[in-house]
Ligand binder design. Structure first.
Ligand SMILES: *[C@@H]1O[C@H](CO)[C@@H](O)[C@H](O)[C@H]1NC(C)=O
Ligand SMILES: *[C@@H]1O[C@H](CO)[C@@H](O)[C@H](O)[C@H]1NC(C)=O
Ligand SMILES: *[C@@H]1O[C@H](CO)[C@@H](O)[C@H](O)[C@H]1NC(C)=O
Ligand SMILES: *[C@@H]1O[C@H](CO)[C@@H](O)[C@H](O)[C@H]1NC(C)=O
Ligand SMILES: *[C@@H]1O[C@H](CO)[C@@H](O)[C@H](O)[C@H]1NC(C)=O
Ligand SMILES: *[C@@H]1O[C@H](CO)[C@@H](O)[C@H](O)[C@H]1NC(C)=O
Ligand SMILES: *[C@@H]1O[C@H](CO)[C@@H](O)[C@H](O)[C@H]1NC(C)=O
Ligand SMILES: *[C@@H]1O[C@H](CO)[C@@H](O)[C@H](O)[C@H]1NC(C)=O
Ligand SMILES: *[C@@H]1O[C@H](CO)[C@@H](O)[C@H](O)[C@H]1NC(C)=O
Ligand SMILES: *[C@@H]1O[C@H](CO)[C@@H](O)[C@H](O)[C@H]1NC(C)=O
Ligand SMILES: *[C@@H]1O[C@H](CO)[C@@H](O)[C@H](O)[C@H]1NC(C)=O
Length: 622
C-alpha cells in the first residue's frame, strides 16, 4: 500500500514536470523515443480510465511508444499535432481504438506496431488516414477473429506487412481471410509479407495453397520476401513460380510437412524458381518423425543425379536451409529422395545440420561447385563417401561435427577427403569419434584458419602445412602432449598473428619426459583458451592446473635426478642439493683466502670480504 501511495505521489511529481503526459501515464524520453508507460500503481488499483490528450512531444522524438503492464485497464488516448512522429507502437494497451479516428493527430507515421492487444476485429476504417505507413507489424493478437478485406487499403505506400502469433485463442481466421486482406492492398511496391504463426496446431486448416493466397489483387507481383513459417502446414500446394514472379526469400520453416510424396513437383518447382535467392525449410518436422529413432543418412556424390530426383537449382538460388528438419522419406523407398544439381553455379550455402529422415536414405549431392558453406553437423550419419567434398572446390566453411565419421577419416589412407578443398577456412570435426587423423589428411588446407577437433579421442595431431591457422580447438581429447614439430609450427605462426589454442579437458602430463611441453605452455606466445579447465597429471596421476603448475621446478627437479620429483621438499637429497653448492663455494673461498693470507698479508682487514668469509668458514668448518 505504501509503495502504491509513494508511486502515486511520484507520478504526480513526474506529471507536474512534464506538461503533456496524459493522465495515468509515466512519460519519459529515451533518445528518439517518447515512452508512455501506464503507471503500475494505476494498473494495480484498476482506476477507471487512463488517458487524455498527447500533444507536443519533444521535437527530436520521432517514435512514440505506449505500453501498459495490465492489458485490462481501459486507455482512452487521443493524439494531436504529432505530425513529426514517424513510428507508433501500442503494446498491451486496451485502447478503444474502434473509433475510426483513433490515429488522427499522429497520422503521418511510417511505421506502426500493434503488439499484445486484445483486439478482436480489424474493421474497414480502423487505419483510416494512415496513408504514409510503409511497415505494419501486428504481433500477439491472440483474440483476433475478423479481418476486413479492405482493412489495409488506406496504406497506399505499404512496403512490408507482418502478422505474427495471431488468433491462438480463437482460430477463426482462415488463409482465405488473409488472402482477401492481401488482395485489398493498394500499394504497388509491397515487398515483404510475413504470416508467421497465424495458425496454431488447433487449427483445422493444414493445407496452404500459395497461389490462392496471392490470387487476389496485385501484391504477388512485387513481393520479394515471404515468410509462412510456423503455421502447422502439412501440404503446400500451388506453384509460386507464376504467382510470385519476383520472390527472393521464402521461408516455410517450422511447418509439419506430411505430404512429401505429393509435393515432389512443388519442391522441384520451388528450387528451380527463377528469382529465388534464399530458401528456408528449417525445422520442418514430419509428425512421423516424432516417433522414429536414430535415422542414418548416407551422403554421397552423384555427378549427374542419375540415381535420385534431380532438384535443379534456380539461376539465383544461393542458400538452402534444411537444418533441424525431418523429411518424410517412405514414399521414395529405394531411390534417393533428392539430389541438388546446380547447373548455374550459384548455390553457396547449404545447411542440413540436425536434419533427419523417417527411414534411412541416401542423400546425394550432384553439382554444387559454387558451394562455400556446408553444414552437416549432427546428421547422425556414419556413412559418407570420401569424395563427397571433392565436388566442392570453393568450400570455405565445412561443419561436420557430431557425426560418427571417425572411421571414414581414419581409413582415408589416400587422403581423398579434403584433397580438393584448399580454400577451406573453417573445419569442424568435433565429436566425430576420431581416434586418429592420417598424417597428411589436412596437409592441403593451406587457408585453414579455424579447426575444431574438440571431443574426439585423439592422442596425436599433425598440424603440418596449416600456415594460416588462428584457432585450434583440441579440447576434450586424449592428448598427453603436443609434439615438438606441432609446437614449433604454432610458435612460428604466433609470431605473426594471434593463435588461439584450446587444450582443455585432455590428460596432459606434467612429468619428467614432458618437461619441454610444460615449459612451452608457459612461455609460448600462443594464446591458450579455457586455461582454468586445462589440467595435467603428474607421475602419481595427481591433477594440477597446467598453467599454475611450476614448470621451473619440474624442469629443475627432472634435471637433478631421475627420482627427484618423488622426493618431498625436506628430504635429505633436496637438502643436500641446496647445501652442497654453498659448501663448495665456501671451500673454494677459504682456499683462496688462505693462499691470500699466506702471500699477501694486507688482505687481513676487518671489512675485507675474504676475511669475513674466512671467519664464517671457520665457524662452518669447525
Ligand atoms: C478493455 O476496456 C473495456 C472498457 O473500455 C473493457 O470492457 C474490456 O473488458 C477491456 N479489455 C480487457 C481485455 O480487459
Ligand atoms: C495544434 O497546433 C495548432 C497550431 O499550432 C494549434 O492551433 C492547436 O491548438 C494545436 N492543437 C492542440 C490540440 O494542441
Ligand atoms: C502529414 O500528412 C498530411 C496529410 O495526411 C500532410 O498534409 C502533411 O503535410 C503531413 N505532414 C508532415 C510533417 O509530413
Ligand atoms: C537453422 O540454421 C540457421 C542458421 O544457419 C538458424 O538461424 C536457424 O535458427 C536454424 N533453424 C533451426 C530450426 O534450427
Ligand atoms: C530442433 O528441433 C527440435 C524438435 O524437433 C527442437 O527440440 C530443437 O529445439 C530444435 N533446435 C533448434 C536449434 O531450433
Ligand atoms: C555405406 O553405405 C553403402 C551403401 O548403402 C554401403 O555399401 C556401405 O557398406 C556403408 N558403409 C558403412 C561403413 O556403413
Ligand atoms: C576438384 O575440383 C575441380 C574444379 O575446381 C574439378 O575439376 C576436379 O574434378 C575436382 N577433383 C576431384 C577429384 O573431384
Ligand atoms: C566447432 O567449432 C566451430 C567453429 O567455432 C563451430 O562452428 C562448431 O559448431 C563447433 N562444433 C561443435 C560440434 O561444437
Ligand atoms: C572448444 O570446444 C568446446 C566444446 O567441445 C567448447 O566448450 C569450447 O568453448 C571451445 N573452445 C573454443 C576456443 O572455441
Ligand atoms: C613418458 O614416459 C612414459 C613411460 O615411458 C610414457 O608412458 C609416456 O607416454 C611418456 N610421456 C610423454 C609425454 O612422452
Ligand atoms: C608421488 O607419490 C609418492 C608415494 O606416495 C610420494 O612420495 C611422492 O611425493 C609423490 N610425488 C608427487 C610429485 O606428488
Amino acid at each position: 500500500m505504501l509503495v502504491i501511495i509513494a508511486s502515486l505521489i511520484l507520478s504526480l511529481f513526474v506529471k507536474s514536470t512534464q506538461a503533456s503526459c496524459p493522465k495515468g501515464f509515466i512519460c519519459k524520453v529515451e533518445k528518439d523515443t517518447f515512452e508512455l508507460l501506464c503507471n503500475p500503481a494505476v494498473d494495480m488499483l484498476k482506476l477507471q480510465t487512463v488517458g487524455g490528450l498527447l500533444t507536443d512531444v519533444p521535437p527530436q522524438t520521432t517514435r512514440v511508444k505506449v505500453k501498459c503492464f495490465n492489458r485490462r485497464v481501459p486507455v482512452a488516448l487521443t493524439f494531436a499535432n504529432l505530425s513529426h512522429v514517424r513510428e507508433l507502437t501500442l503494446e498491451s494497451v486496451n485502447v478503444s481504438a474502434s473509433e475510426s479516428n483513433f490515429f488522427h493527430g499522429i497520422s503521418n507515421i511510417t511505421h506502426l506496431v500493434l503488439r499484445d492487444l486484445s483486439l478482436k476485429r480489424l474493421e474497414k476504417g480502423y487505419f483510416e488516414g494512415l496513408t504514409d505507413v510503409r511497415s505494419l507489424t501486428i504481433e500477439h493478437l491472440d483474440e483476433l477473429e475478423y479481418l476486413h478485406p479492405d482493412v489495409l487499403k488506406p496504406f497506399s505506400s505499404l512496403l512490408s506487412v507482418a502478422f505474427r502469433y495471431i488468433g491462438s485463442a480463437c482460430n477463426y481466421l482462415h488463409y482465405d481471410d488473409y488472402s482477401k486482406m492481401l488482395g485489398g492492398i493498394q500499394s504497388s511496391d509491397l515487398h515483404t509479407v510475413v504470416l508467421y504463426a497465424i495458425h496454431t496446431s488447433k487449427h483445422a486448416e493444414t493445407h496452404l495453397n500459395i497461389d490462392n493466397l496471392f490470387s487476389r489483387g496485385t501484391v504477388g507481383t512485387s513481393l520479394k520476401y515471404l515468410d509462412l513459417g510456423h503455421n502447422n502446414v502439412e501440404f503446400f500446394l500451388g506453384y509460386p513460380i507464376k504467382t510470385l514472379p519476383s520472390l527472393e526469400y521464402l521461408s516455410l520453416a517450422e511447418n509439419v510437412i506430411l505430404g512429401s510424396q505429393f509435393m515432389t513437383v512443388f519442391w522441384v518447382q520451388l528450387i528451380g524458381h527463377r528469382t529465388l535467392k534464399t530458401l528456408d525449410l528449417s525445422g520442418m518436422n514430419s509428425r512421423a518423425a516424432a516417433t522414429s529413432g536414430d535415422i542414418l543418412f548416407r551422403l554421397t556424390v552423384d555427378d549427374d543425379c542419375s540415381g535420385a530426383i534431380r532438384m535443379t537449382i534456380g539461376p539465383q538460388l544461393q542458400s538452402i536451409s534444411l537444418n533441424n528438419s525431418t523429411l518424410l522419406a517412405h514414399s521414395f523407398t529405394k531411390s534417393a529422395p533428392f539430389c541438388f544439381f546446380d547447373i548455374h553455379g550459384v548455390l553457396k550455402y547449404i545447411d542440413v545440420a540436425h536434419a533427419g529422415c523417417t527411414t534411412p536414405i541416401t542423400c546425394s549431392i550432384g553439382q554444387v561447385r559454387a558451394l562455400e558453406y556446408f553444414n552437416m553437423q549432427n546428421l547422425n550419419t556414419a556413412n559418407m563417401s570420401t569424395d563427397l567434398f571433392s565436388k566442392m572446390p570453393n568450400l570455405k566453411v565445412l561443419l561436420m561435427g557430431r557425426n560418427n565419421v571417425g572411421n571414414i577419416i581414419e581409413n582415408d589412407a589416400r587422403n581423398s577427403l579434403f584433397r580438393n578443398n584448399s580454400k577451406l577456412r573453417v573445419l569442424d570435426m568435433a565429436e566425430c569419434q576420431l581416434t586418429d587423423i592420417p598424417p597428411k589428411e589436412l596437409s592441403n588446407l593451406r587457408q585453414l584458419q579455424h579447426l575444431n577437433l574438440s571431443g574426439n579421442s585423439l592422442r596425436l595431431v599433425n598440424l603440418q602445412n596449416l600456415a594460416k591457422i588462428r584457432i585450434i580447438n583440441l579440447s576434450r581429447n586424449r592428448l598427453t602432449t603436443l609434439a615438438q614439430d606441432a609446437r614449433a609450427l604454432l610458435d612460428k605462426m604466433a609470431a605473426k598473428r594471434q593463435v588461439d589454442l584450446d587444450l582443455s579437458g585432455n590428460p596432459l602430463q606434467c612429468v619428467c619426459n614432458n618437461t619441454d611441453f610444460v615449459t612451452w605452455t608457459h612461455v609460448s606466445k600462443v594464446k591458450f583458451l579455457n586455461m582454468d579447465d586445462t589440467r595435467c597429471f603428474d607421475e602419481n596421476n595427481t591433477e594440477h592446473l597446467l598453467f599454475r603448475f611450476d614448470s621451473k621446478l619440474l624442469d629443475h627437479t627432472c634435471h637433478t635426478g631421475s627420482d627427484s620429483l618423488n622426493s618431498p621438499a625436506d628430504s635429505p637429497w633436496r637438502y643436500l642439493r641446496i647445501v652442497l653448492p654453498v659448501v663448495l663455494v665456501v671451500i673454494v673461498a677459504v682456499t683462496v683466502a688462505c693462499f691470500g693470507y699466506m702471500f699477501r698479508r694486507k688482505c687481513y682487514h676487518p671489512w675485507n670480504p675474504t676475511q669475513l668469509l674466512k671467519t664464517t668458514s671457520d665457524v662452518q668448518l669447525s
